[in-house]
Design a protein around this ligand. Sequence first.
Ligand SMILES: C/C=C/C(=O)SCCNC(=O)CCNC(=O)[C@H](O)C(C)(C)COP(=O)(O)OP(=O)(O)OC[C@H]1O[C@@H](n2cnc3c(N)ncnc32)[C@H](O)[C@@H]1OP(=O)(O)O
Length: 257
Amino acid sequence: MSTIHYQKSGQVASLTISSPPANALSRAILEQLEAVLDEVEQEQDIKALILKGEGKFFSAGADIKEFTSLQQAEDYTALAKQGQELFNRMEGFKIPIIAAVHGAALGGGLELAMACHIRLVSEQAKLGLPELTIGIIPGFAGTQRLPAYVGAAKAYEMILTGEPISGRMAAEYGLANHSYPEEVLFEKANELAAKVAAKSGPTIHRVMKLIPYTKNKNFQEGIEAEAEAFGEIFGNEDASEGITAFIEKRKPSFQDK
Ligand SMILES: C/C=C/C(=O)SCCNC(=O)CCNC(=O)[C@H](O)C(C)(C)COP(=O)(O)OP(=O)(O)OC[C@H]1O[C@@H](n2cnc3c(N)ncnc32)[C@H](O)[C@@H]1OP(=O)(O)O
């Protein structure tokens, strides 16, 4: 069963995405994440949150198989908005969220990690936005958050090639705070969360309110345009071909239509 496990240990809580085999972000998983954040918000004493994935990966992104159940451009736009709004809520959360990324954070999985305040990654993890490889575009604010972390030039390359970068390179690019061997990643995340949790709660909350003032003012406009474009692109034959090819485990044959 797909779920988000919520575990509290002192003043640190962990949220674990458990949606085998790839921790794909179905609409149901996004709703569960929303519900768990509601629960966390009720707890007065939590000072740091760790977000991680169970199994082989952090998350392989939106649930590509679920895409076939949607019909209209508006349905896809609504899906993009669901993810964007949740991720905006996370970015504006008063409790710092540390993403501990192992295996892969691709597409919506990377977009989720980018909505966290700090990213620790395993050295060999694959981080990327591969949507163009399946004939679609990023839709959970990746076109806006990735350039903010790595600069426009690297974001163009990563999005247009669809090729992932390693965790080690993500730390070099500024996309991740640090990279570690996978076997120590979660320990490092716990250590960092403990350092944060040792601080006074009111000071943490003030900082969490202040740092978002640095955000680019065009961001909201950018994600609205992204959600519209995400919906429109699904009307293309190449999107159907890309998604079918992924499900059939073959290379897509795009016709530029
Ligand atoms: C708005 C947001 C949009 C998006 O996020 S679009 C999605 C963007 N993400 C991707 O395009 C990533 C797609 N997945 C992959 O590239 C690969 O997978 C991995 C690199 C993550 C893993 O590769 P490997 O280790 O070879 O495993 P495997 O056999 O490809 O996958 C294991 C099972 O996981 C399913 N799966 C993987 N990613 C997704 C996904 N994003 N949505 C739904 N299912 C997914 C596969 O189909 C398969 O399933 P089965 O065992 O039944 O054949």
